[in-house]
Design a protein around this ligand. Structure first.
Ligand SMILES: NC(=O)c1ccc[n+]([C@@H]2O[C@H](COP(=O)([O-])OP(=O)(O)OC[C@H]3O[C@@H](n4cnc5c(N)ncnc54)[C@H](OP(=O)(O)O)[C@@H]3O)[C@@H](O)[C@H]2O)c1
Length: 314
């Protein structure tokens, strides 16, 4: 099988195509035939050597969808079953999705009962799980007014799609006025141009902060006294707030991390996607052999949607 390996950190040309033996299942791990996977910004950082815990050589990639190709009889899965995997050390502590087959701990395989193309299924795990987990942290009621800051990110779009099924009024942002129409078409009730500060008089019940601490102080200016901000992203490149005082928070402040997946939350997100036929846009698809071009697209593309890599064809 083909694995795109990083022997050392480096630029997008550092991937090395390696022929490896297909792994064999154990009493604790099953073999996933990877059909497709989405790319994530975090993988750029790992590739660059900015994930201190990742040891090389490593096959990176933090999410994948595919079928179980080899598993112990008591694993709870059957050969041919459609599943997904994400996080929990995938592509960081053990080899991840940039390969045709991967050995995955059984407790990190999750059934995926949605019928769609592999490329479309590949948009689900990390973006929708992150979005749903973040929305649940806000504990909003039906009719609540939500602001998504960093609304054109994949997590932001997934949050918009999910939030509309949950009965929220959604305002969402982009720094780029050209993208606001797309956000409206995806269901946003209001779009706001983000120039580092937002021009709105609304006090939001919930704010999903994906730009991060570089805009958090401004987001807090727009939070209702009973409202909650969940900090999930750091698109602005900053992850801490200098001279922070808790008295700056008019309501509640929390965060979300997808590192350790809560299977119940993930299955609730999948149920909403299935029931409402939610589809995250796909920006571009690549073959596994073109992983260098896929990483270049992640850096250079200004298209809305997920970059997806096809690892196997049926
Ligand atoms: N906590 C967690 O568990 C978790 C899980 C997944 C992702 N994340 C984080 O969530 C964020 C979104 O992830 P993603 O993979 O969905 O992102 P993504 O799809 O790669 O986001 C791309 C969009 O981000 C916006 N953007 C880029 N640089 C920006 C900047 N300096 N300031 C404001 N906006 C900027 C751009 O939108 P515009 O040009 O339209 O403004 C761009 O289209 C990232 O920070 C990621 O690290 C966290």
């Amino acid at each position: 099988m083909l694995a795109m390996v990083l022997n050392l950190p480096g630029d997008e040309h550092t991937f090395h195509a390696e022929e490896r033996a297909i792994p064999v299942s154990t009493s604790t791990d099953s073999v996933l035939k990877i059909m497709a996977f989405g790319l994530n910004y975090a993988e750029l950082l790992t590739r660059n050597g900015e994930s201190p815990d990742v040891k090389f050589p490593r096959v990176i990639g933090i999410e994948a969808v595919g079928t179980v190709s080899d598993t112990a009889t008591d694993s709870g899965f059957h050969v041919g079953q459609t599943v997904m995997t994400l996080m929990g050390g995938l592509g960081r502590e053990f080899d991840g999705s940039y390969e045709e087959y991967a050995l995955i701990p059984n407790h990190q395989l999750y059934p995926l009962s949605i019928k769609d193309s592999w490329a479309q299924l590949a948009t689900i795990p990390e973006s929708f799980y992150t979005a749903y987990g973040s929305l649940k942290r806000l504990r909003l009621s039906t009719g609540a007014h939500l602001l998504i800051r960093g609304g054109t990110s994949n997590a932001g779009i997934a949050a918009l799609l999910l939030a509309k099924t949950m009965g929220y009024t959604v305002s969402t942002t982009s720094r780029n006025s050209d993208k606001l129409t797309t956000l409206q078409k995806l269901g946003a009730d209001e779009t706001l141009l983000d120039r580092g500060s937002l021009e709105t008089t609304t006090s939001f019940d919930g704010i999903l902060e994906l730009v991060g601490t570089s805009t958090l102080r401004d987001s807090l200016q727009h939070l209702a006294t009973t409202g909650t901000v969940v900090v999930t992203g750091g698109l602005g490149g900053e992850w801490s707030l200098p001279d922070f005082s808790p008295f700056e928070v008019p309501g509640y402040l929390t965060n979300f991390q997808s590192t350790n997946v809560n299977a119940r939350l993930l299955s609730q997100a999948v149920a909403l996607i299935k029931d409402h036929r939610l589809q995250l846009p796909i920006a571009q698809t690549f073959e596994l052999t073109d992983i260098t071009q896929a990483h270049q697209a992640m850096i250079n593309s200004h298209k809305i949607g997920k970059i997806v890599v096809i690892a196997n064809h049926d």
